[in-house]
Write a protein that binds this ligand. Structure first.
Ligand code: ZN
Ligand code: ZN
Length: 335
């Protein structure tokens, strides 16, 4: 089968993924083999390909927003998925199943968890093996391309908004209106919060209004709202925005950092963290949360974000566009 393979990490400008003909993946007893129909391109893929996240082995096939049709089912996975099902796989390939994290729906934090596209070959390929215990069924109203971004962007936004405590009477700021932000605004509105979207881009602020944001504010004017928010969710990967967001919090407020930052810069204590404000990071989400999220999509309450399909062979070009920030919604690869 064809796959885009990472053999040596490096800057995406140097085309580190190679198109290769590789052996089809082998299945274990709890696994399902799927024909990949769509594969979302996530900022974390770029971090893996460029070497900021190091895979334990190379070569590896990246990709963790995987949607595919089941081709074959392992001997102990027959009660979980069936041949022909449209299923999705997310960040967690598998986990221990018995630790405190696994037992409380936070398997993404399990010390023994394996990650798709990092520890196990992911979906930048024609076929992929998933652990059927961690696969989810895709609601019939979603196409594979529409479903792919739910697996990571949607799930991370869902957990971020849950941790923000969004509910009626609470005011939530969302910084960054890309793929994650498009989900986050809708989810915060579904929970009844008052939502303010903050972005540098007037095009993205217009999109935020269409998605239901109560108000939109250009990033350079955000400081006018200092001290007004119960929670601010940071989805844009720029370290300086942590302080920008912290200054918007009222006393006791929480800053939720879902962006994949390389550092957190020094901040003056009294105008940011003091008075019981806190900062909390978000790591994707668990599969129970993913099922809740897909339930919202299946009922029509949550709309898919815009997607732009590209052929699998153009994965390097897709990652380059992610690096430039030149994507509205999500790029989705089609093998
Ligand atoms: Zn991701
Ligand atoms: Zn565990």
């Amino acid at each position: 089968m064809k796959a885009m393979v990472l053999e040596r990490a490096g800057p995406i400008e140097n085309q580190p993924l190679k198109l290769r003909e590789v052996e089809p993946p082998r299945m274990g007893r709890f696994d399902a083999l799927m024909e990949v129909k769509a594969c979302g391109v996530c900022g974390t893929d770029l971090s893996i390909v460029e070497g900021r996240f190091k895979p334990p082995r190379l070569p590896i096939v990246p990709g963790h927003e995987a949607i595919g049709r089941v081709l074959a089912v392992g001997e102990d996975a027959s009660g979980l998925v069936r041949e022909g099902d449209l299923i999705g796989a997310y960040w967690v390939h598998s986990s221990c199943g018995s630790c405190d994290y696994c037992l409380t729906g936070r398997e993404q934090l399990c010390l023994e968890r394996r990650v798709n596209g990092l520890d196990n070959d992911g979906c930048y390929a024609e076929q992929m093996v998933v652990d059927a215990r961690y696969a989810v069924k895709i609601p019939s109203g979603l196409s594979p391309e529409e479903a792919a971004p739910f697996m990571c962007a949607g799930l991370t936004a869902y957990r971020s908004i849950k941790l923000s405590g969004a509910e009626p009477g609470r005011r939530i700021g969302v910084i960054g209106v890309g793929g994650l932000g498009s989900f986050a605004i809708q989810i915060a509105k579904l929970r009844g919060a008052r939502v303010t979207a903050i972005s540098r881009s007037s095009v993205k602020l217009e999109m935020a209004r269409r998605l239901g944001a109560d108000e939109t504010v250009p990033e350079d004017e955000a400081s006018k709202m200092a001290g007004e928010f119960d929670s601010v969710v940071l989805l844009a990967p720029f370290p300086k925005l942590v302080e920008v967001g912290m200054r918007l919090l009222r006393k006791g407020g929480s800053m939720i950092v879902a962006a994949n930052l390389d550092e957190v810069p020094n901040m003056p204590y009294r105008s940011t963290l003091a008075s019981e404000r806190c900062v909390r990071s978000v790591s994707v989400g668990g599969r129970q949360e993913l099922k809740e999220l897909l339930g919202l999509a299946g009922s029509g309450a949550l709309r898919p974000i815009p997607v732009e399909p590209m052929p699998l062979e153009e994965a390097n070009e897709a990652l380059l566009r992610v690096k430039r920030g030149d994507v509205i919604g999500r790029v989705v690869l089609r093998p």
